[in-house]
Design a protein around this ligand. Sequence first.
Ligand code: ADP
Ligand code: ADP
Length: 239
Amino acid sequence: DVFLETRELTKVYLDGTEALKKISLTFKQGELVSIIGPSGAGKSTFLRSINCLNKPTSGEVLFQNQNITRANGKKLRLIRRQIGMVFQDFNLIKRSSTIRNVLHGRLGYMSSLKGGIGRFSEYDVHEGLAILKRVGLEDHAFKRADELSGGQQQRVGIARAIAQKPSLILADEPIASLDPSSSNNVMNYLKKISEEDGITTIVNLHQVDFAKHFAHRIIGIKAGEVVFDGRPNELSNLM
Ligand code: ADP
Ligand code: ADP
């Protein structure tokens, strides 16, 4: 039951940097996986290849039995709708309300950037509040996004991702700009939602201790190659 698979995924940037070297990995439905490794290891390139933000040089990405490696147009939009993204710098529309940011998520991240979807119905607001409740932010629904703390903004980021009803969540360094207590909080919500909804979640982290604490599985990447793939308790001091 392979949910997501990469086969010999390779990315060489135009300047010759080999960011990924034949990465072959499989992911099961509902897994919470953390990718760890030093800065420049290729973590971000890997995540961006999965949702086709980045075209690999060679190799394949298979998502729910479809080869999506070079998807474009309508097929790409359909795939992206199933993939919720969570970013290091939150990528919220700062001057919009929290609930508006969340409801934009239903359209998928790419279309949300275009903005302007008019007023929401009562049903939309009800749904948005229910989603915000899941990340403990129902009381902040009508505040401007930029009035919230960093940790709260990232929880809006998670709410926006789940509003899309994704089967996969990709989070690229979601806690890199947060203090330890907010980081813990954000990781707890990511884990809770991944487990409750059975959403496969792949989280890039450079903090090994957080990965050990929250993930079901850890993949270590160094210089574009997989150097570890196993349970958190199997991770030696090698990483
Ligand atoms: P990480 O997320 O682990 O920090 P990245 O995937 O961002 O790693 O980067 C992997 C390697 O690819 C690094 O050497 C980085 O400098 C390089 N790289 C990333 N993006 C580009 C780009 N657009 N052009 C050239 N090199 C890049
Ligand atoms: P707008 O820019 O359209 O006013 P908001 O982001 O402030 O958007 O609100 C989003 C939606 O929630 C709108 O449809 C608005 O009518 C509704 N709304 C705003 N404030 C409240 C509130 N306190 N209780 C219930 N619904 C609200």
